[in-house]
Each structure stands twice: as C-alpha cells, then as structure tokens.
Design a protein around this ligand. Sequence first.
Ligand code: TYD
Ligand code: MG
Length: 453
Amino acid sequence: MARDGAIYACQSCGATHPKWAGQCAACGAWNTLVEEGQVRPGGLAPTRGARSRGLAFEGLESLSPPSLRIATGVDEFDRVCGGGVVPGSAILLAGDPGVGKSTLLLQVCGEATKRGARCAYISGEEATEQIRARAHRMGLGATPVQLAAETSLRDIVDGLKRERFDLVVIDSVQTLWSDAHEAGPGSVTQVRACAGELVRLAKKRGIAIILVGHVTKDGQIAGPRVVEHMVDAVLAFEGERGYPFRILRGAKNRFGATDEIGVFEMGDSGLAEVKNPSSLFLNQGGERAAGAAVFAGIEGSRPVLVEFQALVAPSVYGTPRRTVVGWDAGRLAMVMAVLEARCGLGFASRDVYLNVAGGLRISEPAADLAAAAALASSALDCALPQACVVFGEISLSGDIRPVSRTEIRLKEAAKLGFSRALASGATDGGGVAVTNVTRLADAVRRIGDQAWD
Ligand code: TYD
Ligand code: MG
C-alpha cells in the first residue's frame, strides 16, 4: 500500500516509484523496491524565499594550468586511469566481493605515499588493525598511509576538510551513512547521497577520491550503477574464480581511453603487476592439440595473445550442449551458424564447448576467426600449426574481414616465438609469415588439408 508521499526506490537500478510493486518496472528486477523517505510536500516547486544566484559563464580557454596527474606507482592501475589519477576527480572501483578491491587500493595508497602523495584509506568494513596487518603482509607496513575506520559521512567529510590529502580511498560506498537521510546504509538513497557529497568534496578541495562499490546481484544493497553517472571514471575489477589473475578494466573515463586493461596476479603478498599478459594466457609448453587456436588480440593499447580452446564431441542427450567461457554466447552461435551454412561443418548432434584460457574475457570481433579455427580444428580433428596465431572478423556471408592494428598483433606474436599467422588483409612482417584468407570456407579447408603455403 502506498502511504501518502512515500517513495519506493529499486535497490538494483535506482528508479523511484510512487507505489510498491513486486517487480521494478524500470529494470525488471524482482523484490528490489524498498520504501525510502518521503517526497517533500510541494514536490519540486521552488521553496518560497529561496533566491537563485544565476549562472557565471566562463570561456573555453583555461584559467588555471591543467592539474597534473598523480602517478600512484602501480603502473597497471595508472594506465587504466589514463596515466594516473586526476586531482579533484572521483573514481568508482566496482567489483564482486572478495575479488581484491581493498587489496588493490591499499597497494595504490602505499605506493603513492612512497612517491610523496598524501593518502588516506578510510574503511567502513574493516578495523584499522586488520588493514594494518594486511599492509604488513603486503610489505607496505612502513608507508605513511593514514588509516581510519569510519562510516559516518559527516565525520568523514569533516575529517577530510581538516587535513590535506591528495588521494582518499573510501571502502566501501555501501557502508556509508548520512544522518540527513532516514534510509539505512546501502540503500539507494544513502549510497546516492553519500557519493554525491564526496564527489562535491573532491571537486571543491582538489582531492582524488576513489570509492569502492560492491557489485551485488540480489539487490540486497544498492549496486554501483547508482553512482556510475556521478563519478568521473568507473573501473571494473574482474577475476574468474579459481584463477589468480585479476583484470582492471576502464568502463567509463572522462580523462582517458576506456578500453584499457590492467592485469594483476593475486599472490600471498598482494597483487603483482603482470607486465606481459600474453605469457600468462598462453598455454605454454607441450604440443598444441586439435581444437586450440591462439588469438592475437588487442586489449586497450596492448597486444595480448590468448588461446581459444574448443571441443566438439558427439552429444549424449537429445539437446546438444553449447557452453562458452570467456566469450560471448551469441557470437559463438553466429560463428557456428556460418560454419554450418558456408563451410559444411555440422554441429547438429554434437556438444560444443569453447573456452578462453586463463580467465580473460574477450570481446573483440577480431576473435571470430580464432574461435572458428578452434571449432573447425576440433570438429575435423586436425591441429593448427604449432607456431600460428589467428585473427579476423567473420561476416554472415562467410567472408573474413581485415581487422585493425595488424602490425602490433604480428609483432607481439613474433616476440613470443610465433612464425605463422592465419588472418585477412595482413602482410608478412617481423618474421611472421601470414596466410591470408578472405573466405571462412578457405580457412576451414586449409585446416582440414594442413595446407599453409
Ligand atoms: P579483498 O581485497 O579483501 O577483496 P574485496 O575488497 O574486493 O572484497 O581480497 C580478498 C581476497 O584476496 C581474499 O580472499 C584473500 C585474497 N588475498 C590474497 O590472496 N593475498 C593477499 O595478499 C591478500 C591481501 C588477499
Ligand atoms: Mg574489501
């Protein structure tokens, strides 16, 4: 029942509704509407007596010199931010609980203080003693990072106004609460209000603020999406369960490119930066079996070689299985359809498994040919040449379209000891001989006949 003036906010997408309902009409999530405060009587009508200050317009040319970025010293992190964090900006670091957000940011603070930045780490989740113990384990025990365990927004804002910091980490935005709002911590109203206040503080005092946001699937607490539009940059920290690799991905960045990734490896003493990700995602040593194809991809500005592994096996059940890890299931369906329609490969009564080794998620269209080659190689039981990389985009007509930045891909392949490439529109270079194919059927025939020259 709607009480007079009550508003109901969806804890998943943040949409507000005048009435309670089982399902949010905006995002379709179930059981996520929670009553949050009252609409002020009179709604958005201007408060009597309030006077507007008008607008002060400014020109495009800069009045003050552009502020220098703070290089934190964790290079993988700095690169994803666009070359360091910008003073006066707010960054949201979003990720699943337990992926390593607190670890990464403690490391960022520790390294940044070594370079002279004044850093504060404010945690609403752990006691300072716990954070200190973790810092010691990570070898950062002697760095002058200022710690605080606090959840009250008022105390945090007052505290930050009194001291001068360059970089402040708030872990996490979902534990904060502001006494100006009735709703509980973690609710849309609280998360939005607290994040808004901190973003304003960042801009006003020139502090770089990093907010941690837990991604939640069940809508128990408000997700980072509520905050995404307020901050200057959104970084997603991802990792597959069972793999030590963690990938930092820029999802939004007002100060740099968004397709950049940073690669880390979680170990006993924190996160180690992985400078050469290709060596990590390649299945090294041993023969490359039928069903494996090495994709020469580009993530952000860096080339990354990663192995696509496919298994095509007779299906035991009536409905064949299609399982894909690390790639898009829709894209797999399309590539399989093209292989069936244009190349005569049948998958009707066969299970298909496709896996991107190492836990990386690939979204580049250039990976189409690598996936197709792995599938064809498994279906025909013919291995690709040992030292061969693959890249190319497949169209529905069965054509293979050239992709961008082929030289960088080939250079990386050569660096890692590859001497062949199956691609489209590329020229031999750096010791890599390219077999150019313009039709997928031609590529499949070459795999079946082992014809590479
Ligand atoms: P944490 O940073 O607490 O995750 P989040 O803040 O995203 O919830 O990291 C949690 C996991 O990381 C935990 O399961 C233990 C692991 N870990 C290590 O393996 N090595 C380490 O040095 C640290 C600090 C954590
Ligand atoms: Mg944490």
